[in-house]
Design a protein around this ligand. Structure first.
Ligand code: G3P
Length: 218
């Protein structure tokens, strides 16, 4: 399973990269706005800065909601760097755009996916990645992880090659369960990745090893 970090914060991307387990980055308009990045030139420069930090795919989302606009924006975004993957919303024109990008050799990430039906459409349109939003489904009292399992089963049975990119991850357990259920990628906030490190027995065990070493060696 690949690990992406879900942020536009350059320090967090650097920190995740230094851990040595990072395979890419996903961003969205909210994450870019959170970093105070606005204006086309600044946005493009920021994507370039992200690509320079990470050695892997970097998802950059289109703002347009019509087919022509998405094609125009996506075609321009991929000129920033070879690492750019065009993030396209799961709407009717988005599906048409996914097909166009696929036919023109441009890699895509279909975002805002909340159902198996949407996952089938995106795969049929040739999406490179599919982003089901686990946390936002949990937020409305449904089961986001169940959707990951359902899509994994459908894609395996049907032989779809679109990679399942579990998104809207809110905690380390989401990562572990998504991995178990067959997600190809997890995109996570840095905190959730670092949360995987935590176990009290590791802390207690390390403290004892160091204490015993000190006793024996002075
Ligand atoms: O990649 C999509 C993700 O950023 C959404 O996460 O926590 O805003 O639902 P969240």
């Amino acid at each position: 399973m690949k690990f992406f970090v879900d942020t536009a914060n350059l320090d967090q991307i650097t920190e995740a990269g230094e851990l040595g387990v990072l395979d890419g980055v996903t961003t969205n308009p909210s994450l870019m706005a959170k970093e105070g990045i606005s204006g086309e030139a600044n946005i493009r420069a920021h994507y370039k800065a992200i690509c320079d930090i990470v050695d892997g795919d970097v998802s950059a989302e289109v703002i347009s909601t019509d087919f022509e606009g998405m094609i125009r924006e996506g075609s321009s975004l991929v000129e920033i760097d070879d690492q750019i993957v065009v993030k396209v919303p799961m709407i009717k024109d988005g599906v048409k755009a996914l097909r166009w990008f696929t036919d023109n050799g441009i890699r895509t990430n279909c975002t805002l996916v909340f159902s198996a039906g949407q996952a089938i459409l995106a795969a049929k349109a040739g999406a490179t990645y599919l982003s089901p939003f686990i946390g936002r489904i949990d937020d409305i009292n449904w089961d986001g992880l169940e959707l990951i399992g359902q899509i994994a089963e459908i894609y395996a049975v049907q032989g779809f090659t679109t990679e399942i990119l579990a998104a809207s991850i809110r905690n380390p357990l989401h990562i572990v369960r998504a991995a178990e259920l067959g997600a190809d990628v997890c995109t996570c906030p840095l905190n959730s990745i670092l949360g995987l490190l935590n176990h009290p027995l590791t802390d207690i065990g390390l403290e004892k090893f160091l204490a015993d070493h000190k006793k024996a060696n002075g």
